[in-house]
Design a protein around this ligand. Sequence first.
Ligand SMILES: Nc1ncnc2c1ncn2[C@@H]1O[C@H](COP(=O)(O)OP(=O)(O)OP(=O)(O)O)[C@@H](O)[C@H]1O
Ligand SMILES: [Mg+2]
Length: 254
Amino acid sequence: MEHLLEANGIKMYFGGVHAVDDVSLYVDSGETLGIIGPNGSGKTTFFNALTGIYKPTGGTFIFRGKDITGKELDKMAGLGIARTFQNLRIFNALTVKENALIGQNLNIKTSFLDNLLHTPKFKQEEEKASALVEEALELVGLKNMDNEIAGSMPYGKQKRLELARALMCEPRLLLLDEPTAGMNSVEAQELMELVAKIKEEKQISIILIEHNMKVMMRVAQRIVAMDNGHKIAEGLPEEIQNNEHVIRAYLGGQ
Ligand SMILES: Nc1ncnc2c1ncn2[C@@H]1O[C@H](COP(=O)(O)OP(=O)(O)OP(=O)(O)O)[C@@H](O)[C@H]1O
Ligand SMILES: [Mg+2]
């Protein structure tokens, strides 16, 4: 069977810094793959290379059978990969709805002229966008909060808003970079229950970068461990948790 996503020998070098070095992994449909590793081990850089923020120094990304290496996913409407960022990227002065719509704009199919002339196509897209916003906000538990100013909401809600924005482009694969960072354990648990629910409902696959091992053990079917840009282990959560190489990598980093 074809994997949903295949990363083959990905390298991301910044001069002499080998941030990601020959990493291969795959994700199947409906699967949650975890990526763990000490600070600076190359996890975020792997996402950045996958989403076209950087063009990989080497290797290929194959998504649904198609080579997407180096493609800027933001510009590839409807491809089906969405991500959230390690640091909040919310526009504080905008409303919840406006922030969510930024996700949809990446996926809009009307021309400048359609927008200018408010053609039927424009109205159609606008209605579709509104329906999508409503659905996405409901999914993340922010129903009826469209008009709140994003910056005035508590941190946990802002994180949910980012998730809603990612869902606006109706992804098949969702990349989550430390979604529970900065949350207490109750908030973290709530967020991950939400992610699990969305995954089931929407039938999406997830790659989750997460330091919180408790969270990771609960939601990931398979885990890849990284250290110094390399993949050092891959396996079931309980295998990874007891893997000597992994334990050493984490202890060494402290
Ligand atoms: N644009 C860049 N230019 C130069 N070096 C970079 C760049 N981006 C990342 N790096 C380096 O690549 C390495 C991996 O960084 P990365 O952010 O991917 O780690 P990480 O595993 O996500 O860490 P953390 O758990 O702290 O988020 C680090 O040494 C970092 O300094
Ligand atoms: Mg990171």
